[in-house]
Design a protein around this ligand. Structure first.
Ligand code: MLT
Length: 263
């Protein structure tokens, strides 16, 4: 079980910390490319989680958990000599970050939870994940996630940003079947982790695309309340806020990084 970290921008200066970006399902680090273009001067580590991108070979279809993803990230940061980082995760990346907060809070200088939720799955959602996992491995391959495009972007993106929709469609087609299966099984067994935020005392960002149909405003408000912050709502975008409006998400992440570096 391992992650692959890709560095961008300057090396972290004395007193600064890297901004670590965790992608959503079933994408890889490339979903952050647009955001990174707007983050001049910020040391960035874009991560490929196990089973995706350059870490595609690290999928463990039967034994993966979000805890093992979080531990693999902590290990990779340790190997780079990182003592503290600002970590931001979108959707599945947020679930991994919540497991990381529970297990490695001392490594955190700031947290960003984007288009995600701290609650566990319903019984129906869990069953649907296990069906996608089986389908990806049995016959459909990456076709098992093709229909996700409907829920990833908001209506404003569908009508005004066709290139973004096509980009996401092609990333869905690239998703490695063992990675799809491992991540779905890992997400299916994740517990409710809202309470892990209560003890965390670092600068925080909670951000949601206004048209996100997969993680609702109340989920974000619950997380923001425990982190003593307000939800940042990005207008006219859906679940993939960071891809649909990279400039606005970059601005919010730059502000988080500044607040965490000033501590
Ligand atoms: C994601 O974007 O990472 C997924 O929507 C997460 C999920 O399936 O819950």
């Amino acid at each position: 079980m391992s992650v692959v970290i890709h560095g961008h921008g300057p090396a972290p200066a004395q007193g600064s910390v890297p901004l670590v970006l965790l992608h959503g399902f079933p994408l890889d680090r490339r979903m952050w490319d647009g955001v990174i273009e707007h983050l001049d001067g910020v040391p960035i580590y874009a991560v490929d989680l196990p089973g995706f991108g350059a870490a595609a070979d690290a999928a463990e279809p039967t034994g993966a958990t979000l805890e093992s993803f979080a531990d693999a990230l902590a290990q990779a940061l340790h190997e780079r000599g990182v003592q503290q980082a600002v970590i931001a995760g979108l959707s599945m990346g947020g679930y991994v970050l919540l497991a990381f907060i529970e297990r490695h809070p001392q490594l955190l200088a700031g947290v960003g939870l984007l288009d995600t939720k701290a609650s566990a799955d319903t019984v129906e959602a869990r069953a649907a994940r296990l069906a996608v996992a089986r389908n990806a491995l049995d016959e459909a391959g990456s076709g098992a996630v093709a229909a996700m495009i409907e829920s990833l972007v908001g209506p404003a993106t569908v009508s005004t940003r066709p290139a973004v929709v096509e980009q996401l469609r092609s990333w869905l087609a690239d998703a490695p079947p063992p990675g799809i299966a491992a991540a779905q099984r890992a997400m299916a067994v994740r517990p409710d982790r809202l309470e892990v935020l209560r003890a965390l005392d670092v600068p925080a960002l909670v951000l949601r695309g206004e048209q996100d149909s997969l993680s609702g405003p109340e989920e974000h408000e619950a997380m923001a309340a425990l982190l003593n912050t307000e939800v940042v709502t990005v207008p006219d975008v859906g679940h993939m806020s960071a891809v649909e409006d990279a400039a606005s998400v970059a601005e919010a992440l730059a502000d988080l990084h500044r607040r965490a570096s000033a501590q």
